[in-house]
Design a protein around this ligand. Structure first.
Ligand code: NAD
Ligand code: ZN
Length: 604
């Protein structure tokens, strides 16, 4: 239910204002409908103009008969005679209402404590004291199970002891009600607390109802003023040009890169310019370097700079990012001058994500997807110590989260500075060199054989592909040459997929890695070994490389999976729509069925 009053006090007629060629209310209606979460979506309005506009656009609208003080009353009247369990109140002036938020508010009714809940709503973490003390932002405090205790326009709690770290939350105006709760509300008279604060949902608390809150940190744009409308129009324009898979991509490249044997020694002078007073540089370094004195001597830590060794036993997780960010925020008063990631793809991705989460609130898991981040990260420098992933150039930071393995893909993700020193890759064990190097080879194969291919991707992809053949199939390179070339192959391979996509091997490897924890490079090789149906010539080349370097590719990794594990693996793989579209074209869903995927996995 989308309550829509024509005459808003601050911005009259705002719901009928133009937003990218359609009135705001129509945008909200369409966005809500597009979530496919609801059996029915209605606009409930007091205005003929809005009613007609919705019907004209093929939507459903209901005229409310009476005068109403608030949106809930308007909705209550509309649903009184409908046979419904749960009603969600979506604000008419929030045209970018996110599916995630609505899913979260509905998911509350599937939790273990569902029968205690009368209604559910959302809250956002806030940090800025200006916002915390702003009476236009309604704050909420919750108990340990996230049941609301009180809503107020004052800052709650009052921070008498400034050293206690408390999380402040702002209330977002999305509610999901059980029908009884909504009908009760309608009948109950307003009491003093609600009247004084002018906050509707206090009435539920005053009458002893339970409101469960879910945390949602996605920033929508609420249209309260003409300036909001301008921002919304701009956001709409940007989102339609940066969407995934569209024909054009306006993507950022790493603005500064230094290359060559010994270039790592230039790091202190590169950083000198970027140091902000009292703000440390944080080094995230792969823990294989923990005992490497020669390497550690080159890291010149100054003032309050901090060195954190990172274990790469497991690939980076959203939780790990959240913990590092929290520790940095607790330890330092100022945001760091920079984050420096030194290691393989794992550390490079972790460092990008930490930089981004220092300036974007909430958990890294909130941003797994395309273009979800709103703020530029802290200055970040990437220094690879093993080559192949292309993580040093890419626009993504791949993380495993509670629900999926997916990257933080955004214009803010790429490094501000990269240092490519082939000497740093000296100690890499042979198997690892091969698996990570094959990641690059497979990036090229999947990009060059994909339907998204264009001259831009092809030019980088072909170069990297040829370099890989030279490195992995000939014997005429010195160690130093081979390391330098692989470093550049990784870079070009990464650039190639920046304007196309990866394909079958990566989609399936993500499934392995989510369910079995298989590492990216190994997972790709396990899968690619069985993909002759899709990439015949290159799978043959790959087998030659495996033989020449005497590498053992793990076999039968899926033979002992439970039914559930197999289903999850298939779900994860199939969720990577752009990868399949690239690999198999628009008709991919008919080609790559669940049965087909299962059959492939069982061979591996
Ligand atoms: P990795 O970073 O996990 O490192 C592999 C192993 O090599 C680790 O044990 C590490 O300690 C060791 N190592 C690294 N440098 C070394 C050195 N100089 N000497 C000795 N040992 C060294 O492996 P990877 O293959 O580079 O990266 C895999 C990760 O990259 C995955 O998490 C994957 O999701 C990610 N990835 C990211 C992108 C991207 O575009 N962001 C692309 C592909 C893969
Ligand atoms: Zn890869």
């Amino acid at each position: 239910m989308i309550p829509a009053r024509y005459g808003a006090s601050r911005f009259p007629g705002k719901l009928m204002q133009d937003l990218g060629g359609k009135p705001v209310i129509v945008r909200t209606y369409e966005a809500t409908k597009a979530t496919k979460l609801f059996d029915e979506v209605y606009v409930v309005t007091d205005s003929d103009i809005i009613f007609n506009e919705i019907e004209l656009n093929g939507g459903k609208a209901i005229m409310s008969k009476k005068e109403h003080d608030c949106g809930s009353d308007r909705i209550a009247e509309a649903v009184e005679h409908m046979d419904v369990d749960i009603i969600v109140n979506v604000q008419g002036d929030e045209p970018f209402t996110s599916k995630l938020g609505l899913e979260q508010v509905l998911a509350v009714f599937n939790g273990a404590d569902a029968d205690k809940i009368d209604l559910a709503s959302l809250m956002t973490e806030i940090y800025d004291w200006k916002e915390i003390s702003d009476p236009n932002a309604v704050k909420v405090v919750v108990d340990k199970n996230n049941f609301a205790q009180y809503f107020s326009r004052s800052p709650i709690p009052y921070p008498r002891d400034k050293n206690v770290s408390v999380q402040y939350y702002k209330h977002k105006g999305i509610y999901a009600f059980r029908k009884e709760a909504l009908m009760d509300f309608h009948k109950l008279p307003m009491r003093a607390l609600e009247a004084a604060e002018k906050i509707e949902c206090i009435r539920y608390l005053e009458y002893g109802k339970n409101i469960k809150m879910a945390i949602n940190n996605n920033e929508g744009i609420e249209i309260d003023t003409p300036e909001d409308l301008i921002r919304a129009n701009r956001a709409l324009k940007e989102s339609s040009t940066t969407a995934v898979n569209n024909k054009y991509r306006n993507f950022p490249m790493v603005p500064k890169v230094i290359f060559g044997q010994g270039s790592f020694d230039q790091l202190p002078s590169i950083l000198a310019d970027k140091r902000k007073e009292q703000a440390p540089f944080i080094y995230l370094v792969d823990d294989v370097f923990k005992k490497n004195e020669a390497f550690l001597d080159k890291l010149t830590l100054r003032f309050n700079d901090k060195l954190l060794f990172v274990s790469t036993l497991e690939e980076p997780k959203t939780e790990q990012v959240d913990t590092i960010v929290k520790n940095i925020k607790n330890e330092f008063t100022y945001l760091p001058s920079g984050i420096i990631g030194i290691g393989g793809g794992s550390v490079l991705d972790l460092a990008k994500a930490v930089s981004l989460l220092l300036t974007n609130k909430g958990s890294a898991a909130d941003y797994q997807g395309w273009d979800l981040l709103s703020n530029k990260g802290v200055y970040h420098v990437g220094i690879p110590t093993i080559s192949g992933t292309g993580a040093e150039v890419s626009r993504t930071a791949i993380l495993t989260g509670p629900e999926k393995k997916l990257g933080l893909n955004s214009d803010f993700t790429p490094y501000d500075q990269v240092v490519l020193d082939p000497d740093l890759t000296q100690g890499v064990p042979k198997n690892q060199w091969f698996f990570t190097g094959m990641d690059c080879f497979i990036h090229c194969v999947e990009s060059l054989n994909g339907t998204f291919l264009n001259a831009f991707s092809e030019s980088y992809g072909e170069k990297a592909y040829d370099l890989c053949k030279e490195i992995f199939l000939t014997e005429n390179l010195s160690d130093a040459e081979s390391r330098a070339k692989l470093m550049m192959a990784s870079w070009h391979g990464g650039m190639s997929i920046a304007y196309s996509q990866v394909g079958v091997a990566h989609a399936m490897s993500y499934g392995l890695s989510y369910v079995l924890g298989t590492k990216h490079g190994v997972g790709n090789c396990i899968v690619f070994d069985h993909l002759h149906e899709y990439y015949p010539k290159d799978v043959a080349l790959f087998k030659e490389m495996v033989k020449m370097h005497n590498i053992t590719i793990p076999q039968n990794v899926c033979s002992n999976l439970t039914e559930d594990q197999m289903e999850t693996m298939i779900d994860i793989a199939l969720s990577l729509v752009p990868l399949w579209e690239n690999a198999l074209g628009d008709d991919w869903e008919n080609i790559m069925t669940r049965d087909k995927l299962k059959e492939l996995y069982l061979k591996m």
